[in-house]
Design a protein. Sequence first.
Length: 293
Amino acid sequence: MPKTLSTHSEEFHTDDVFATALLLELFPDARVVRTRDEAVIASGDIVYDVGKIYDPKQNRFDHHQAEARKRDNGITYSAFGLLWQEYGEQFCDGDAAVARRIDQKLVTPIDANDNGQEISSPLFETVRPFTVDDVIGMLNPLQWAHNDETHDEQFTKAVDLARRLLHRLRDAARNSLLEQRYILDSYANAQNKHILVLEKRASVSEIVGQCPELLYLVSPRPNGTWGVLAVASQPGSFACRKPFPEAWRGKSPEELVQATGIADILFCHATGFLAVTQSRAGAELLANKALHA
């Protein structure tokens, strides 16, 4: 059981914050030592993001050496990525599928950012996503506005946040995998592959490629109404395989009743990707009308 976790002092980044969070989840009694003293670093039981050595057998996880380890996609591992390869499944209670999902969603983007590798580009000038890297970076001392903050105190706050996020991501990954299995089983057993009716609300956005014939997803909504989703053409796309007819889009409930002939229709989004009815029967009828429109 490691007694000390050694990483660099001063300004912190997302990779050393999440690396520390992961290690403290697995070794809660360990002490975190943040330093630039090479002798102190060398004495650490687990050393990460410093030391210029990657050797899991010696519990050394740095990525700053000349021949740093890279993923198959070319993204260089950060300290967090290296530690996730070693301990990710353990954190996920041995569930490799959950560990892979977190690696894809969180770890790989952190690796890329820490190594200066772009994985996306803005579509609008001066408009960029506010990412987990921005959140963690913002927790470094605001020396112009709050000159009483210290790096170590703020690092502790950042690690606490990262630990909560890791817990939530693990739960969310488990939830998403259960959701996907439910959808795929329902699709496999459906007589009509174009319209899938679910007993629970679920998202098909990430697995549309595994449901090639699916056009509409019917499911209950939290407020008791029923939604009909026009399925996206591919993961992450706003384009639908078969959007609702233009004559329905953005109309009032009264106009929708006239246009569709469905008495309990409530809403159809202006872009044609979502419609809502009061009942399951109305939703199924709506999906069938859209299918043949």
